[in-house]
Design a protein around this ligand. Structure first.
Ligand SMILES: *Cc1c(COP(=O)(O)O)cnc(C)c1O
Length: 396
């Protein structure tokens, strides 16, 4: 019996994409094997994080890197690093930021549910810009000068959510921020592929960038990586690692933590609640290596093949594959339903309650569209997904 069977938990085919609610994706067998192997020996966790830092630095072009329990966790410890710098007294006070630099400037249209992570560290969000998309008259979003205007003596960082639609361009934001001596923290959790994005935000001047390990990278679901400036990664590490140690017995790897820059050893910090184990760290690094080795073209071809399998089985229905010409995109299959016959919601519910259960993406349901995303499908599951959809649609 499977582990899930023993617990009485039903498995599902995830044709929705890397949603945490659906437990993310499927790790490659090499990643799972690396995690099992990592679980069979103990190591000094700071030394392992220093090795992770080297690997992440090489992959991203940043000075340093770090692994925590998700991109969200990385954003929290990154925000904490921007507030405290290398001051252990300030680290001990978080999330109470009374008297500390505690403002974070953020473009209003980039506000999202994940910004809980930076607020959890104690940052107050100062919103700028009014995208004005509803009145119909607005053509612009926030501009770099508005960010510049919002910077005060209390500004700890600029928070930027990377997306192809994000405005102003990151390079403009880092230019105004750096002119005022303020770091820029970037949420790039779901910005892979394209693979270039591993290096892009750092090369555009970001001081810290967070990526999810459990999305396209194909790492453990509870992992994420932070890449960026060495001093900020050090500050993040100091607020995440277990520091129950005597100063004179503490010799952290100097590439990650230069202890002689500190007036004393911090105690457990705010990041202690989002630890990553040796298994997650090794799993994420293994997945990162495989992600880079596969490359955008092969990955896109693998996903596209699954999309074509689904489209072929739905011959006769209105089906379009999006992203088929862009190797940096995730191709998906949009199924447009005849609203007089079945709503998008009904199709999703029937599939989700089917045997096997299949989760589809209902994000475009108001337009009568159901989407199949191939990112989390195992070999063979595209065919099963297509058959399940075709069965329901042909029953009509
Ligand atoms: C998924 C996501 C996150 C969270 O990533 P985790 O690795 O699940 O913590 C944060 N921000 C954005 C924009 C995301 O899409």
């Amino acid at each position: 019996m499977t582990v899930y069977g023993k617990l009485g938990v039903k498995t599902l085919i995830n044709a929705k994409g890397t949603a945490t609610r659906l437990s993310g994706g499927i790790m490659r067998p090499e990643v799972a094997a690396a995690m099992v192997e990592a679980s069979q020996a103990c190591v000094d966790i700071a030394e392992l994080q220093a090795a992770a830092s080297r690997v992440i630095a090489e992959a991203t072009g940043a000075e340093a890197g770090y692994v925590a329990s998700g991109a969200s966790a990385c954003l929290m410890i990154g925000a904490a690093a921007c507030i405290t710098g290398l001051d252990p007294g300030k680290m001990a006070r978080l999330p109470d930021t009374t008297g500390l630099k505690n403002e974070c400037v953020m473009v209003r249209s980039q506000r999202n549910f994940y910004d809980h992570a930076i607020r959890a560290a104690g940052l107050k969000i100062v919103e700028v810009g009014l995208p004005d998309r509803y009145a119909g008259a607005g053509v612009r979003d926030a501009e770099a000068w508005e960010i510049d205007d919002a910077i005060t003596d209390n500004t700890a960082c600029i928070f930027y959510v990377a997306d192809p639609q994000s405005r102003p361009a990151l390079a403009e934001v880092t230019a105004v921020a750096h002119a005022r001596g303020i770091p820029v923290l970037v949420d790039a959790a779901a910005q892979l592929p394209p693979q270039d994005n591993l290096r892009r935000f750092i090369s555009e001047g970001a001081d810290l960038v967070a990526f999810s390990g459990g999305k396209a990278l194909g790492g453990p679901q509870a992992s994420g990586m932070l890449a960026g400036r060495r001093d900020l990664v050090m500050a993040a590490a100091l607020q995440h690692l277990d520091l129950d140690i005597f100063w004179d017995m503490w010799s952290p790897p100097p590439t990650l933590i230069d202890k002689y820059r500190l007036k004393g050893a911090p105690q457990h910090g705010i990041g202690r609640s989002c630890k990553a184990g040796k298994e997650e760290i090794v799993g994420l690094l293994t997945a990162l290596r495989l992600f880079i080795a596969e490359g955008d073209a092969a990955r896109h071809a693998r996903w596209l093949k699954d999309c074509e399998t689904v489209a072929a089985a739905l011959d006769g229905f209105l089906v379009t594959i999006t992203g088929s010409n862009d190797i940096g995109a995730v191709p998906t299959v949009d199924i447009t339903l005849d609203p007089d016959r079945m709503s998008a919601t009904e199709l999703c519910l029937r599939l989700q309650n089917g045997e096997p259960a299949v989760a589809l993406d209902p994000a475009q349901r108001d337009r009568g569209i159901v989407t199949v995303n191939p990112m989390c499908l195992k070999p063979g599951e595209a065919q099963v997904t297509a058959e399940q959809i075709a069965r329901v649609l042909r029953e009509l």
